[in-house]
Design a protein around this ligand. Structure first.
Ligand code: FES
Length: 260
């Protein structure tokens, strides 16, 4: 091993770590959380049903925007420019790759899965299993540098999700509307708290005093940015809960409680 703890200039310690605490617990929990989300999202994205409730205008974010002729009547808020799709293509396939890219290249999620999935390293003072380190300088990890472009698309998708939630309000008000709106507000908070967004708002400036609008935007984003990790996990949860709620109501397993 030529780098890391195995480098010739480092002390020769055969044990992987001398830590005696439960250092493995955070990476394990991260793995379980990420795996649970990916499993749920994959199953739901390919299910192809129970994603739209015509009476209440509820559309799950996993199928938005729904742009093909395979989409249920009424669920295509932006028309159906695409033909019928075979069953192995998720109906939300237009946005899903970008949202996946946005999360995968997110600075927080990188930290999370570099530690938990790739164990690089899994915790402080715990040796990593890899013999060499090339950082994010070559494929596939060089794609991490495209995060800001995924951010731009994620902004558009947040607008689309907001539109879906507002359209649902034209059908009246039920618990489902509150679920959709909560999800949208948190998605905006997560998206705007992005490190790239913070840089876009206030980066490359020499004098904040000469750019008061960008300074205000940067200050606002910075306050959100402090909570980025929490928002990253919270929005995974709200995405699942929103989709689950729509699925349960659409399948008839539960009824939507109507307020008016
Ligand atoms: Fe996490 Fe941009 S850094 S979404």
């Amino acid at each position: 091993m030529t780098s890391g703890v195995g480098a010739p200039t480092r002390a020769s310690i055969s044990a992987r770590t001398l830590r005696t605490d439960r250092w493995w617990l955070p990476p394990l929990l991260t793995n379980l959380g990420l795996f649970a989300f990916v499993a749920y999202a994959t199953v739901r994205s390919f299910m192809g049903k129970w994603y739209w409730i015509e009476d209440y205008g509820y559309l799950t974010p996993f199928y938005s925007p729904c742009l093909s002729e395979s989409c249920l009547p009424g669920s295509s808020h932006f028309g159906t420019p695409l033909p019928e799709l075979p069953g192995w293509i998720p109906l939300g396939f237009v946005a899903l790759p970008f949202l996946l890219g946005f999360r995968l290249t997110c600075y927080y999620y990188r930290k999370a899965y570099y530690r938990s999935v790739w164990q690089s390293p899994p915790a402080c003072a715990v040796a990593e299993p890899h013999a060499s380190y090339s950082g994010e300088t070559r494929l596939p990890l060089i794609v991490q540098n495209a995060h800001r472009y995924f951010f731009y698309v994620a902004l558009l998708v947040s607008v689309v999700n907001t539109y879906d939630a507002v359209v649902a309000l034209t059908h009246g008000l039920g618990v489902g509307n509150l679920v959709l709106l909560t999800n949208v507000v948190l998605l905006w908070a997560y998206t705007l708290s992005c490190h790239s967004c913070r840089h876009i708002a206030g980066g490359r400036l020499k004098h904040f005093s000469k750019h008061p609008v960008r300074y205000r935007a940067w200050t606002f984003v910075s306050k959100l940015n402090v909570h980025h990790m929490r928002l990253a996990w919270t929005t995974l949860g709200t995405l699942v809960l929103t989709d689950l709620y729509v699925m349960l109501v659409a399948s008839g397993a539960i009824s939507d409680l109507r307020i008016f």
